[in-house]
Design a protein around this ligand. Structure first.
Ligand code: MLT
Length: 270
């Protein structure tokens, strides 16, 4: 892993391979290791960037609120440090990583070659979800990651994954334990503040792939399909038997779809 100093924080970033840069943006409250299967597969043909966002994994944390815009600024600065220029970058975000991708689109569309939105949503939080986030932020600051593990772990993977791949549950729990309590709280508050991105959808200027697990209850396929319909030319895929963590639960299926999409970007007609 490399360490890059960005806007007052030490960011740990896995950087592997060469070619078109593809940045993988993890969900809440996880880290870059959720993308292991994608890093191994895509670093053969692409420059894979998989950061631990501030507050997570091996990166430093900043207190208070970390907005989705701040995370997107970190990714833009990282791209800048690596010399990535106009319309070269593919941003692939899962869930909170998708909220960050929308903020990246808002501010840095000129850097984007394509977007991949996994198990995420364009809408802002409801009042009730926002209230839960405030409670969670307070509780995590007092009790540490156990509280978020109790709340989130049962919702992340499908029943089939839980039974057939109990190792994925251990991996998810390990990631949550590595996150800093302050980082978890700051990102939860940042998600609560995020703007609604639905109005951006009809104006997405780049090729877009929308992927969701068949049994995702946090960002259900019906909602993701409606989102995809509003993005011009977007490709929509449902991955059978997966829950919210499609790239971890069904890595081969996920990678086949993503590879096909990435290859299509190099065709002269796109
Ligand atoms: C995630 O997986 O990043 C979370 O489910 C996002 C959220 O809490 O809205």
């Amino acid at each position: 892993m490399q360490h890059v100093q960005i806007a007052g924080v030490d960011l740990a970033v896995e950087i592997q391979g060469g070619g078109r840069p593809v940045i993988f943006v993890h969900g809440f409250p996880l880290d870059h290791t959720m993308w292991y299967a994608q890093i191994a597969e895509f670093s053969r043909d692409f420059q894979v960037l998989a950061p631990d966002l501030r507050g997570f994994g091996a990166s430093g944390a900043t207190p208070g609120v970390v907005t989705m815009e701040r995370f997107a600024d970190d990714l833009a600065e990282l791209s800048h440090c690596l010399g990535i220029t106009s319309q070269g970058l593919v941003v692939c975000g899962l869930s909170m990583g998708g909220y960050i991708a929308f903020q990246f689109l808002r501010k840095y569309a000129g850097l984007l070659r394509a977007l991949v939105l996994c198990d995420t949503r364009a809408a802002a939080d409801t009042d009730q979800v926002r209230e839960n986030r405030y409670r969670l932020a307070n509780a995590v600051r007092q009790e540490g990651p156990d509280v978020v593990i109790r709340q989130m772990l049962p919702k992340l993977v499908s029943e089939k994954t839980r039974q057939e791949h109990p190792d994925s549950i251990t991996h998810l729990e390990d990631m949550m334990r590595r996150a800093s309590p302050e980082g978890i709280a700051a990102a939860a508050l940042g998600m609560a503040e995020r703007p609604d991105s639905s109005a951006l959808l009809p104006a997405v200027p780049c090729p877009t792939l929308v992927l969701v697990g068949e049994h995702d209850t946090l960002s259900p396929p019906t909602e993701m399909q409606a989102m995809a319909k509003n993005i011009p030319g977007a490709r929509f895929e449902v991955i059978p038997d997966a829950g919210h963590m499609t790239p971890m639960e069904k890595p081969q299926e996920f990678n086949t779809i993503l590879r096909d999409f990435l290859q299509s970007l190099e065709s002269p007609t796109r």
